[in-house]
Design a protein around this ligand. Structure first.
Ligand code: SIN
Length: 285
């Protein structure tokens, strides 16, 4: 099998993997290189792919067990591990989850074991004057941690934040209407403010304003501004990799290293269609 090429972006995160055709399958050595590249670069993508939902699921499963998302009414009928992320309407109704990622966040930090990685396969990408719309932005929470002033690093050392599924202010344009059942099934969870990557042990900030509602043993008037400051540091321009989508891109991100945001700069009848799979993670430490 030909060796793959890993081409890092200009940002502190993000790399393109070249020389792989996922529809033909990959051997264990190639998979190991891709897996390692994800832990190193936080966001990786393979362009020009033509995969079926079943092939995406098979590839995703090599990274671990798959999650089924809370908003699973948008899962593919014959493949419930694949979530449709789309603004497309059929008979006046959304065919997919239209507002996914419309605020900065790391996936499902409100769960005890947030997903290790999330994967998107671009099926339709809106264009304006030949340029893609609907970019996804990624921020390096590890570079943001590493650049913190020493006194701030000391201040947050060993601290734990409370993450709330139903946090009121999620910074979204159209907040998702949660059912009482969804809220009851997702009690608050506590995670370290600085988490270590499960493979590399690299440290990263793991808080987000609007989703973290407190820091243990810290008064609210101190904790909320601190959460806001750390959140704003993560999304500074120097830590951003912005992905411009092409049909056939298959991209994944490591939720222990990056936060992401998908601003909606396109409107129906522009069409954007992504198929998303999510791989289980472990308890952050
Ligand atoms: C997501 O946050 O899962 C969706 C991101 C995107 O649609 O670009």
């Amino acid at each position: 099998m030909a060796r793959i090429e890993i081409v890092p972006s200009d940002a502190p995160i993000g790399a393109e993997i070249r020389g792989v055709d996922l529809s033909k399958g990959i051997d264990d050595a190639t998979f190991a290189e891709i897996d390692e590249a994800l832990s190193e670069h936080g966001v990786i993508f393979l362009s020009g792919q033509r995969v079926t939902p079943a092939q995406q699921v098979d590839f995703s499963r090599r990274f671990g067990e798959l999650e089924v998302n809370a908003f699973s009414k948008f899962a593919l009928e014959d493949n419930p591990a694949v979530l449709v992320v789309s603004n497309i309407k059929k008979d006046g109704k959304d065919i997919g989850y239209a507002d996914a990622g419309s605020h900065w966040h790391t996936d499902m930090s409100y769960t005890r074991t947030p997903p290790r990685l999330t994967m998107l396969y671009a099926v339709e990408v809106p264009l304006k004057n030949g340029q893609p719309l609907g970019d996804t932005w990624f921020a390096s929470a590890c570079a943001a941690y590493e650049d913190l002033p020493p006194d701030l690093k000391k201040k947050i050392d060993g601290k734990r934040a409370v993450h709330r599924f139903a946090a009121k202010e999620r910074g979204v344009k159209k907040p998702v209407q949660l059912t009482a059942d969804q809220i009851a099934k997702n009690p608050d969870v506590i995670h370290p403010v600085v988490r270590s990557h499960p493979v590399t042990r690299r440290k990263a900030l793991y808080v987000r304003k609007g989703e973290c509602i407190a820091i243990e043993a810290m008064p609210e008037e101190e904790a909320l501004p601190l959460i806001a400051e750390l959140s704003d540091r993560i999304t500074r321009p120097e830590y951003i990799y912005r992905h411009k989508w092409k049909v056939g891109d298959l991209l994944m991100w490591d939720n222990a290293l990056v936060q992401h945001w998908a601003p909606r700069d396109y409107e129906w009848p522009d069409r954007r269609l992504m198929l998303r799979t999510t791989v289980n993670g472990s308890v952050p430490f």
